[in-house]
Design a protein around this ligand. Structure first.
Ligand SMILES: Nc1ncnc2c1ncn2[C@@H]1O[C@H](COP(=O)(O)OP(=O)(O)OP(=O)(O)O)[C@@H](O)[C@H]1O
Length: 586
């Protein structure tokens, strides 16, 4: 500060003061600056202290994190260590297991290889054995074939011998056909319990071979009994119409060789007689269906075969006439008789016995037929008149016996006849028979075929002779048990006539078998009509038809009994009309 008054140095002091003031001012400024700087530094320090605090926290945090991390690391390391230890142990055990496995595998491989080798050796041995067996089987097959062939040859020979014996004794051939089970067999009759109905459907009749029928007879409360029946031929349910006809066909050759032939179907109602004799077409629709010839029965097939055989003979040497008759309620009806308009209707005819002791139906219609279709046409017309009714057993039961007769006339020159006395007798008898049996038609036939106009022709005509053979095809009405067929009223009357006529047939066979002096042919129109075939010199084949089921056991046993008795009948040697051997080349 500058001194006040006038004494002093004046300007020096002032200068000095100014200087000091300046210095003080400078120092003050310096102090302020330093204080400012100090404050700034304090601020900085505070900031640094803050930072340092935060850093310490961070460091502490980091430190604790580091500690935790270290703990974690050490625990992880421990875990890892343990895991590695375990892994090493596992690997060790795995290694030893793998070693064991490989050893085991090797052992098994060796065992398998051994087994495969043994199997291969076994297969080789088996192959060799198989080849040996095959060779043996082949040898056995060959010897079996030889034995079978020998057996067949022997069987044929035995059959031929049997046939000759049958012919020598005049036996009746009996074939038996067992039909298959059919839907109508399953229809329950009246008041039959379910159990009885079920057991009644069981099959009890079997073909055990081609000559034997086995019937299992079982009755409630009785021990079952097996009964066997032998016949010339037995057909099982699967055998066809072809097979059945194949055994019948040789009889047709016999027919042209001069024998009379009769084929008769016998059996209980519904057992397949009409099916066997006519076939289902003719039986059901009464039409002849060309497409399914395999189902045709004996009558159409026999006619076809007959005309085939005739076609191999010289033209004009044979002619065939047909008659169709039904025996209904013990009356004979001519089913080919025509009214004035040419329409067929059944006319009642009589059966008579001729002076020669033969049976004859006067005025019976005979139609000449030139081939099988003409014949079938006529038969179908006749069949339309045949009486058929439904019964409880089946819907198309034939209520009459049907007799279709084919008469084959052979024209032969007298020179061609045998010269024995017996031949002459037969010839005379046949000619007599021919002229008296069917006078009108026969006369017109013989005159038309032997009309002569010059002495030479007359002489030639005189030399011409007729030989007649006859094929009778019979579809008998079915024997039946009234309870089973459930018929009443008029149908019951029919049944009674059917059963009576069939029992008359059995009586006739019984009388012939016992060689009684009187054979009761006239007890029934049926037996009277069939007299010449049953008791005469015809080759007679009875086709027994059998239903297989238990339901029809009684009827089947009755039919089999009939067949067995028929086989025992001996009628004396079957006679043959002496015919010349005619062939187309002659
Ligand atoms: N072998 C068979 N194969 C197939 N069906 C058959 C056979 N036999 C018979 N039938 C059938 O059985 C039924 C009765 O047969 P069929 O009319 O021939 O008996 P039937 O003995 O003539 O009887 P009926 O005496 O009452 O006239 C028919 O429908 C027929 O087609």
């Amino acid at each position: 500060m500058r001194p006040r008054g006038g004494f002093g140095p004046g300007p020096v002091w002032a200068q000095r003061v100014r200087q000091l003031e300046q210095r003080a001012r400078a120092q003050e400024e310096r102090i302020i600056a330093l204080e400012t700087e100090n404050a700034a530094l304090h601020l900085k320090l505070a900031a640094y202290q803050g930072w340092a605090g935060r850093s310490v926290d961070e460091i502490l945090q980091l430190y604790s994190a580091h500690g935790q991390q270290q703990k974690l690391q050490s625990s992880v390391a421990t875990h890892l260590h343990e895991a590695i230890k375990r892994l090493k142990q596992d690997m060790k055990s795995l290694h030893s297991f793998a070693l064991e496995l490989s050893k085991d595998f090797q052992r098994q491989y060796k065992a398998c290889l051994y087994q495969v080798l043994t199997a291969v050796q076994g297969i080789q041995l088996q192959n060799e054995a198989m080849q040996m067996f095959q060779m043996k089987a082949f040898d056995l097959e060959q010897s079996l074939q030889e034995v079978t062939e020998r057996y067949e040859r022997e069987k044929q020979k035995r059959r031929a011998l049997h046939n000759s014996l049958v012919e020598l004794r005049g036996n009746i051939r009996v074939h038996c056909r067992i039909r298959p089970s059919l839907p109508f067999d399953h229809a329950a009759g009246h008041s039959v319990s379910q159990d009885r109905h079920r057991s009644s459907l069981e099959n009890v009749a079997y073909a055990i071979d081609d000559e034997t029928v086995l019937v299992k007879c079982s009755r409630p409360g009785h021990a079952p009994i097996n009964k066997t029946f032998q016949f010339e031929r037995v057909y099982n349910a699967t055998e066809s119409q072809d097979t059945v006809f194949a055994d019948v066909a040789p009889l047709l050759t016999s027919l042209l060789d001069g024998y009379n032939v009769c084929i008769m179907a016998y059996g209980q109602t519904g057992s397949g007689k009409t099916y066997t004799m006519l076939g289902p077409q003719l039986e059901e629709n009464l039409t002849f269906v060309d497409e399914d010839e395999s189902e045709l029965g004996i009558i159409p097939r026999a006619t076809q075969e007959l005309f085939r055989l005739i076609s191999e003979k010289p033209p004009g040497s044979y002619w065939v006439e047909v008659s169709v008759v039904e025996v209904y309620n013990n009356e004979v009806f001519d089913l080919l008789a025509k009214d004035s308009c040419g329409k067929v209707f059944g006319i009642k005819r009589d059966v008579v016995t001729t002076r020669e002791g033969k049976s004859d139906v006067p005025l019976l219609t005979y139609e000449t037929v030139a081939n099988a279709s003409e014949f079938l046409h006529l038969v179908i017309k006749g069949l339309q008149l045949r009486v058929r009714h439904p019964t409880l057993v089946h819907a198309h039961s034939s209520r009459s016996h049907l007799v279709v007769t084919l008469t084959i006339t052979t024209i032969v020159s007298g020179d061609n006849f045998g010269t024995s006395w017996e031949d002459e007798q037969i010839n005379q008898r046949l000619n007599k028979e021919a002229s008296c049996t069917y006078p009108q038609k026969r006369d017109s036939k013989s005159t038309s075929s032997s009309r002569a106009s010059s002495p030479a022709q007359l002489e030639a005509a005189e030399k011409l002779k007729q030989v007649k053979t006859r094929l009778q095809l019979v579809d008998l009405a079915g024997s039946e048990c009234v309870g089973m067929s459930g018929v009443t009223g008029a149908a019951l009357r029919e049944t009674s006539f059917i059963n009576r006529s069939l029992s008359a047939l059995a009586d006739v066979l019984g009388a012939i078998a016992e060689q009684r002096s009187h054979v009761p042919y006239r007890n029934s129109k049926l037996t009277h009509l069939l007299q010449d075939s049953v008791g005469g010199d015809a080759k007679l084949l009875v086709m027994l038809c059998i239903s297989p089921s238990q339901k029809y056991l009684t009827e089947s046993m009755q039919s089999l009994g009939f067949g067995t008795r028929a086989r025992q009948v001996q009628r004396g040697q079957i006679k043959k009309r002496n015919l010349p051997v005619l062939s187309k080349t002659k």
